[in-house]
Write a protein that binds this ligand. Structure first.
Ligand SMILES: [Zn+2]
Length: 313
Protein backbone atom coordinates (compact mmCIF):
# COMPACT_ATOMS: atom_id res chain seq x y z
CA UNK A 1 0.00 0.00 0.00
CA UNK A 2 1.19 3.50 -0.76
CA UNK A 3 1.82 6.11 1.86
CA UNK A 4 -0.04 9.35 1.35
CA UNK A 5 0.96 12.54 3.09
CA UNK A 6 -0.21 16.12 2.88
CA UNK A 7 2.19 19.06 3.07
CA UNK A 8 0.89 22.52 3.96
CA UNK A 9 2.82 25.76 3.55
CA UNK A 10 0.99 28.45 5.46
CA UNK A 11 1.95 31.74 3.87
CA UNK A 12 0.75 35.20 4.80
CA UNK A 13 -1.44 35.59 1.73
CA UNK A 14 -1.67 32.06 0.32
CA UNK A 15 -1.79 28.55 1.70
CA UNK A 16 -0.11 26.00 -0.53
CA UNK A 17 -1.20 22.40 -0.07
CA UNK A 18 0.15 19.27 -1.75
CA UNK A 19 -0.73 15.58 -1.67
CA UNK A 20 2.42 13.48 -1.65
CA UNK A 21 2.84 9.82 -2.57
CA UNK A 22 6.28 8.22 -2.46
CA UNK A 23 8.20 11.50 -2.17
CA UNK A 24 6.33 13.08 -5.06
CA UNK A 25 3.61 15.71 -5.13
CA UNK A 26 0.77 14.13 -7.09
CA UNK A 27 -1.76 16.91 -6.57
CA UNK A 28 -1.57 20.47 -5.36
CA UNK A 29 -3.90 23.29 -4.55
CA UNK A 30 -3.64 26.83 -3.29
CA UNK A 31 -6.14 28.84 -1.28
CA UNK A 32 -6.04 32.54 -0.49
CA UNK A 33 -5.42 33.43 3.14
CA UNK A 34 -5.40 36.56 5.19
CA UNK A 35 -2.91 36.23 8.01
CA UNK A 36 -4.28 39.39 9.63
CA UNK A 37 -7.67 37.68 10.05
CA UNK A 38 -6.03 34.96 12.10
CA UNK A 39 -5.54 31.23 11.86
CA UNK A 40 -8.94 30.21 13.23
CA UNK A 41 -10.51 31.88 10.19
CA UNK A 42 -8.35 29.86 7.78
CA UNK A 43 -8.55 26.40 9.38
CA UNK A 44 -11.97 25.38 7.97
CA UNK A 45 -10.81 26.45 4.49
CA UNK A 46 -7.60 24.43 4.86
CA UNK A 47 -9.56 21.40 6.09
CA UNK A 48 -11.86 21.56 3.07
CA UNK A 49 -8.92 21.96 0.68
CA UNK A 50 -7.11 18.95 2.18
CA UNK A 51 -10.24 16.81 2.01
CA UNK A 52 -10.81 18.00 -1.55
CA UNK A 53 -7.37 16.67 -2.53
CA UNK A 54 -8.11 13.34 -0.83
CA UNK A 55 -11.51 12.98 -2.49
CA UNK A 56 -10.10 13.77 -5.88
CA UNK A 57 -7.70 10.86 -5.44
CA UNK A 58 -10.36 8.57 -3.96
CA UNK A 59 -8.69 8.51 -0.57
CA UNK A 60 -10.48 8.48 2.76
CA UNK A 61 -9.33 10.74 5.63
CA UNK A 62 -8.34 7.54 7.48
CA UNK A 63 -5.96 6.52 4.71
CA UNK A 64 -3.76 9.55 5.27
CA UNK A 65 -0.38 8.81 6.87
CA UNK A 66 0.05 12.34 8.13
CA UNK A 67 0.22 16.08 7.60
CA UNK A 68 3.35 18.23 7.75
CA UNK A 69 2.85 21.96 8.13
CA UNK A 70 5.15 24.97 7.79
CA UNK A 71 4.11 27.98 9.89
CA UNK A 72 5.44 31.56 9.67
CA UNK A 73 6.52 31.97 13.29
CA UNK A 74 8.68 30.37 15.97
CA UNK A 75 7.60 26.78 16.45
CA UNK A 76 8.50 23.96 18.86
CA UNK A 77 8.25 20.86 16.64
CA UNK A 78 8.72 18.51 19.60
CA UNK A 79 5.68 19.79 21.49
CA UNK A 80 3.99 20.69 18.16
CA UNK A 81 3.35 24.15 19.50
CA UNK A 82 3.56 27.66 18.05
CA UNK A 83 5.68 29.70 20.45
CA UNK A 84 5.63 33.15 18.90
CA UNK A 85 4.10 34.97 15.95
CA UNK A 86 5.12 38.17 14.21
CA UNK A 87 2.22 40.02 12.60
CA UNK A 88 0.91 36.83 10.95
CA UNK A 89 -1.78 34.55 12.41
CA UNK A 90 -1.41 36.12 15.84
CA UNK A 91 -4.24 33.99 17.28
CA UNK A 92 -2.24 30.81 16.57
CA UNK A 93 -0.68 30.74 20.05
CA UNK A 94 -4.05 29.68 21.48
CA UNK A 95 -4.80 27.03 18.87
CA UNK A 96 -3.88 23.37 19.35
CA UNK A 97 -3.13 22.31 15.79
CA UNK A 98 -2.48 18.69 16.66
CA UNK A 99 -5.95 18.49 18.19
CA UNK A 100 -7.36 20.07 15.01
CA UNK A 101 -5.48 17.48 12.93
CA UNK A 102 -6.68 14.55 15.06
CA UNK A 103 -10.27 15.69 14.73
CA UNK A 104 -10.33 15.18 10.97
CA UNK A 105 -7.54 12.80 9.96
CA UNK A 106 -5.49 9.84 11.08
CA UNK A 107 -1.72 9.37 11.10
CA UNK A 108 0.90 11.76 12.34
CA UNK A 109 1.12 15.53 12.55
CA UNK A 110 4.24 17.65 12.22
CA UNK A 111 4.73 21.39 12.45
CA UNK A 112 7.82 23.59 12.17
CA UNK A 113 8.81 27.04 11.00
CA UNK A 114 8.04 27.67 7.31
CA UNK A 115 11.59 28.69 6.39
CA UNK A 116 12.96 25.53 8.04
CA UNK A 117 10.73 23.14 6.14
CA UNK A 118 11.42 25.00 2.86
CA UNK A 119 15.16 24.60 3.46
CA UNK A 120 14.70 20.88 4.09
CA UNK A 121 12.74 20.63 0.82
CA UNK A 122 15.57 22.24 -1.14
CA UNK A 123 18.16 20.17 0.74
CA UNK A 124 16.49 16.84 0.02
CA UNK A 125 14.81 17.40 -3.35
CA UNK A 126 15.97 20.70 -4.85
CA UNK A 127 18.90 23.05 -5.30
CA UNK A 128 20.67 21.80 -2.16
CA UNK A 129 20.65 18.08 -3.01
CA UNK A 130 24.43 17.88 -3.22
CA UNK A 131 25.17 19.83 -0.07
CA UNK A 132 24.99 19.24 3.67
CA UNK A 133 25.94 22.83 4.53
CA UNK A 134 23.55 25.36 3.16
CA UNK A 135 21.51 28.40 4.04
CA UNK A 136 18.16 29.12 2.49
CA UNK A 137 16.66 32.59 2.37
CA UNK A 138 13.09 33.24 1.26
CA UNK A 139 12.35 36.83 0.33
CA UNK A 140 8.66 37.69 0.29
CA UNK A 141 6.24 39.52 2.57
CA UNK A 142 8.88 38.95 5.23
CA UNK A 143 12.28 37.27 5.04
CA UNK A 144 12.69 33.71 6.27
CA UNK A 145 16.02 31.97 6.59
CA UNK A 146 17.12 28.54 7.71
CA UNK A 147 20.38 26.67 8.11
CA UNK A 148 21.48 23.11 7.38
CA UNK A 149 24.91 22.57 8.89
CA UNK A 150 26.92 19.37 8.84
CA UNK A 151 23.90 17.51 7.48
CA UNK A 152 21.62 18.66 10.29
CA UNK A 153 18.78 21.15 10.37
CA UNK A 154 19.74 23.85 12.87
CA UNK A 155 16.99 24.71 15.34
CA UNK A 156 18.67 25.96 18.51
CA UNK A 157 17.70 25.67 22.17
CA UNK A 158 14.63 27.87 21.80
CA UNK A 159 13.92 26.99 18.16
CA UNK A 160 15.02 30.36 16.87
CA UNK A 161 18.52 29.75 15.54
CA UNK A 162 19.29 31.17 12.12
CA UNK A 163 16.69 33.94 12.11
CA UNK A 164 18.54 35.78 9.36
CA UNK A 165 15.62 38.00 8.37
CA UNK A 166 16.03 39.63 11.76
CA UNK A 167 19.78 40.00 11.74
CA UNK A 168 20.65 43.66 12.37
CA UNK A 169 22.16 45.32 9.34
CA UNK A 170 21.75 48.93 10.57
CA UNK A 171 21.52 49.74 14.27
CA UNK A 172 20.38 53.25 13.35
CA UNK A 173 17.87 51.80 10.94
CA UNK A 174 14.15 51.23 10.65
CA UNK A 175 12.00 49.66 13.35
CA UNK A 176 11.00 46.05 12.72
CA UNK A 177 7.79 44.25 13.68
CA UNK A 178 9.89 41.89 15.81
CA UNK A 179 10.94 44.66 18.21
CA UNK A 180 14.47 45.08 16.88
CA UNK A 181 15.84 47.99 14.86
CA UNK A 182 17.45 47.72 11.45
CA UNK A 183 16.56 44.11 10.63
CA UNK A 184 17.13 42.85 7.08
CA UNK A 185 13.36 42.40 6.88
CA UNK A 186 12.65 45.95 8.08
CA UNK A 187 14.76 47.32 5.21
CA UNK A 188 14.08 45.05 2.27
CA UNK A 189 10.97 42.88 2.39
CA UNK A 190 7.63 43.44 0.70
CA UNK A 191 6.03 44.83 3.85
CA UNK A 192 8.78 47.40 4.42
CA UNK A 193 9.41 48.26 0.76
CA UNK A 194 6.09 50.06 0.38
CA UNK A 195 6.69 52.19 3.49
CA UNK A 196 10.17 53.11 2.37
CA UNK A 197 9.06 54.07 -1.12
CA UNK A 198 6.03 56.19 -0.23
CA UNK A 199 8.06 58.13 2.35
CA UNK A 200 10.95 58.78 0.01
CA UNK A 201 11.32 62.46 -1.00
CA UNK A 202 11.59 61.38 -4.66
CA UNK A 203 8.33 59.41 -4.57
CA UNK A 204 6.02 62.00 -6.15
CA UNK A 205 8.33 62.40 -9.14
CA UNK A 206 8.87 58.67 -9.59
CA UNK A 207 7.03 56.14 -11.73
CA UNK A 208 6.55 54.23 -8.48
CA UNK A 209 3.85 56.77 -7.53
CA UNK A 210 1.65 55.55 -10.37
CA UNK A 211 2.03 51.76 -10.13
CA UNK A 212 -1.02 49.85 -8.89
CA UNK A 213 0.87 47.89 -6.22
CA UNK A 214 4.25 48.70 -4.72
CA UNK A 215 6.12 45.43 -4.50
CA UNK A 216 9.33 43.90 -5.83
CA UNK A 217 7.66 43.01 -9.11
CA UNK A 218 6.87 46.67 -9.89
CA UNK A 219 10.14 47.87 -8.37
CA UNK A 220 12.22 45.67 -10.65
CA UNK A 221 10.09 46.56 -13.65
CA UNK A 222 10.48 50.31 -13.11
CA UNK A 223 14.17 49.91 -12.31
CA UNK A 224 14.66 48.21 -15.66
CA UNK A 225 13.02 51.29 -17.23
CA UNK A 226 15.58 53.43 -15.37
CA UNK A 227 13.20 55.16 -12.98
CA UNK A 228 15.58 56.91 -10.57
CA UNK A 229 13.86 55.99 -7.31
CA UNK A 230 13.33 52.38 -8.42
CA UNK A 231 16.98 52.02 -9.46
CA UNK A 232 18.20 53.50 -6.17
CA UNK A 233 15.82 51.41 -4.06
CA UNK A 234 16.65 48.21 -5.94
CA UNK A 235 20.34 48.85 -5.36
CA UNK A 236 19.65 49.48 -1.69
CA UNK A 237 17.72 46.19 -1.42
CA UNK A 238 20.64 44.35 -3.05
CA UNK A 239 22.95 45.91 -0.46
CA UNK A 240 20.62 44.94 2.40
CA UNK A 241 20.24 41.35 1.20
CA UNK A 242 23.97 41.06 0.50
CA UNK A 243 24.75 42.29 4.04
CA UNK A 244 22.28 39.75 5.41
CA UNK A 245 23.87 36.96 3.39
CA UNK A 246 27.39 37.94 4.47
CA UNK A 247 26.18 37.79 8.09
CA UNK A 248 24.70 34.35 7.46
CA UNK A 249 27.96 33.18 5.88
CA UNK A 250 30.02 34.46 8.79
CA UNK A 251 27.59 32.90 11.28
CA UNK A 252 27.05 29.46 9.75
CA UNK A 253 29.84 28.77 7.26
CA UNK A 254 27.69 27.33 4.44
CA UNK A 255 29.00 26.29 1.03
CA UNK A 256 25.71 27.12 -0.67
CA UNK A 257 23.01 29.78 -0.39
CA UNK A 258 19.62 29.05 -1.94
CA UNK A 259 17.37 32.04 -2.59
CA UNK A 260 13.61 31.58 -2.87
CA UNK A 261 10.41 33.56 -2.64
CA UNK A 262 8.36 35.70 -4.99
CA UNK A 263 11.29 37.98 -5.85
CA UNK A 264 12.89 35.13 -7.75
CA UNK A 265 10.55 35.87 -10.64
CA UNK A 266 13.39 38.31 -11.33
CA UNK A 267 16.10 35.78 -10.59
CA UNK A 268 18.61 37.01 -13.18
CA UNK A 269 18.59 40.54 -11.80
CA UNK A 270 18.79 39.24 -8.24
CA UNK A 271 21.55 36.68 -8.71
CA UNK A 272 23.69 39.08 -10.73
CA UNK A 273 22.96 41.94 -8.29
CA UNK A 274 23.84 39.90 -5.22
CA UNK A 275 26.55 37.42 -6.04
CA UNK A 276 29.38 39.88 -6.70
CA UNK A 277 28.57 41.90 -3.59
CA UNK A 278 28.49 38.82 -1.37
CA UNK A 279 31.71 37.42 -2.79
CA UNK A 280 33.38 40.79 -2.40
CA UNK A 281 32.46 41.16 1.28
CA UNK A 282 32.31 37.65 2.76
CA UNK A 283 35.46 36.41 4.46
CA UNK A 284 35.77 32.91 3.05
CA UNK A 285 39.45 32.02 2.56
CA UNK A 286 38.50 28.47 1.49
CA UNK A 287 36.74 29.68 -1.69
CA UNK A 288 33.43 31.17 -2.72
CA UNK A 289 29.96 30.35 -1.42
CA UNK A 290 27.75 29.22 -4.31
CA UNK A 291 24.56 31.26 -4.66
CA UNK A 292 21.63 29.87 -6.60
CA UNK A 293 17.88 30.11 -7.05
CA UNK A 294 15.43 27.75 -5.42
CA UNK A 295 14.55 24.84 -7.68
CA UNK A 296 11.33 23.86 -6.01
CA UNK A 297 9.96 27.39 -5.47
CA UNK A 298 6.30 26.96 -4.40
CA UNK A 299 6.83 23.27 -3.58
CA UNK A 300 9.79 23.63 -1.20
CA UNK A 301 7.76 24.03 1.98
CA UNK A 302 5.25 21.31 1.11
CA UNK A 303 7.87 18.66 0.32
CA UNK A 304 10.12 19.71 3.21
CA UNK A 305 7.35 19.54 5.81
CA UNK A 306 6.44 16.02 4.71
CA UNK A 307 10.10 14.95 4.62
CA UNK A 308 10.54 16.16 8.21
CA UNK A 309 7.46 14.21 9.26
CA UNK A 310 8.39 10.98 7.46
CA UNK A 311 12.02 10.89 8.47
CA UNK A 312 11.82 12.64 11.86
CA UNK A 313 14.19 15.46 10.92
ZN1 LIG B 1 13.10 42.07 12.98
Amino acid sequence: MNDYYVGIDLGGTRVKIGLIRDEEIIERTMIPANAAQGLAHSLPLIRDAVNGLLEKNKLSPASLSGIGLGFPGIVDPEKKKILSTNAKYDDALDIDLEEWFNKYWSGHFFIDNDARVAAVGEWKYGAGKDSDDLVMITIGTGIGTSVITGGKLLRGKHFQAGLGGHFTIDYNGLPCTCGNIGCVEAHASTWSLRERIIHDPAFMHSAMSSVSVIDFETLFLEAEKKDHLAVRMREDCFNVWAAGLVNLIHAYDPELIVIGGGVMNNRDQILSGLTAKVHQHAWTPWGKVAICASELMEDAGITGAVYCLKYAV
